[in-house]
Design a protein around this ligand. Structure first.
Ligand code: HEC
Length: 116
């Protein structure tokens, strides 16, 4: 039993490590895949997924004045735990189980660059 647990943990760790480092190489790909359909490839909040019946518009990352109100920790927290974690819309999904800490850090930097 204990050998089984160790083997599967090791295998899962190796698989995650491989995926994590491959995706960390290109954070744009991560953003375009997971975020752009709502926040837009240019960060303007006009992703292809966003329709008139979206109760809350996805954040427009290009508005520097709004983004400046958020600390890096706020932004990482929303990415990991979703909108409701800071009393915002559940339309912003939690990504903590999908993305690695390195990817969340990368996305933070990527999003910050949209602000003019
Ligand atoms: C299904 C659509 C959708 C997807 C996909 C999505 N978001 Fe969001 N996001 C939203 C919405 C809607 C809000 C606005 C929530 C609010 O203002 O109540 C939001 C808000 C945010 C905020 C908060 C900005 C603020 O006002 O503090 C951040 C940061 C963010 N998203 C980052 C991301 C990242 C990074 C990804 C990809 C990993 C992502 N989002 C994917 C819909 C989405």
């Amino acid at each position: 039993m204990s050998r089984f647990v160790i083997t599967t943990t090791l295998a899962a760790g190796l698989a995650l490590g491989a995926v994590g480092s491959a995706q960390a190489e290109d954070i744009k790909q991560v953003y375009d895949f997971y975020c752009a359909q709502c926040h837009g490839v240019n960060g303007d909040g006009k992703g292809v997924n966003v329709t008139a019946d979206f109760a809350t518009d996805p954040r427009n990352f290009t508005v520097g004045a709004e983004m400046a109100k958020r600390t890096d920790e706020d932004i990482k927290g929303v990415i990991k735990d979703g909108g409701p974690s800071i009393s915002k819309s559940p339309l912003m999904p939690p990504w903590g189980a999908t993305l690695s800490a390195a990817q969340v850090d990368g996305l933070l930097g990527y999003i910050r660059k949209f602000a003019k």
